[in-house]
Design a protein around this ligand. Structure first.
Ligand SMILES: [Zn+2]
Length: 94
């Protein structure tokens, strides 16, 4: 069984849903350039040099898709599932 660790990050607001986030869970401690997904809305983000999050730019995802297709597919699957759940919550709250 794979081990996952939760690491504290700088406190930041998701650029999409504005949820306050302060930690990530993954297989390693995050570093600049690592990609993450907002647990609330599925927005795909990237760690900056000070471990704040910024939106992932399209060329980065295109490179990931061609160089690491299995990682790309996993990120997109997770993001899309979270986005569906977030959309459902928005409907239920309105
Ligand atoms: Zn979000």
């Amino acid at each position: 069984m794979e081990k996952y660790i939760t690491s504290k990050t700088r406190v930041y607001n998701c650029g999409n849903c504005h949820k306050v986030l302060d930690a990530v869970t993954g297989k390693a401690i995050p570093k600049q350039g690592d990609i993450s997904v907002c647990i609330n809305c599925g927005e795909i983000t990237e760690f900056d040099n000070d471990l704040t999050m910024k939106p992932v730019i399209t060329p980065r995802m295109q490179t990931l898709q061609s160089d690491h297709p299995n990682i790309y597919k996993s990120i997109m699957l997770l993001s899309n599932n979270l986005k569906r759940g977030f959309a459902r919550k928005q409907v239920l709250n309105n």
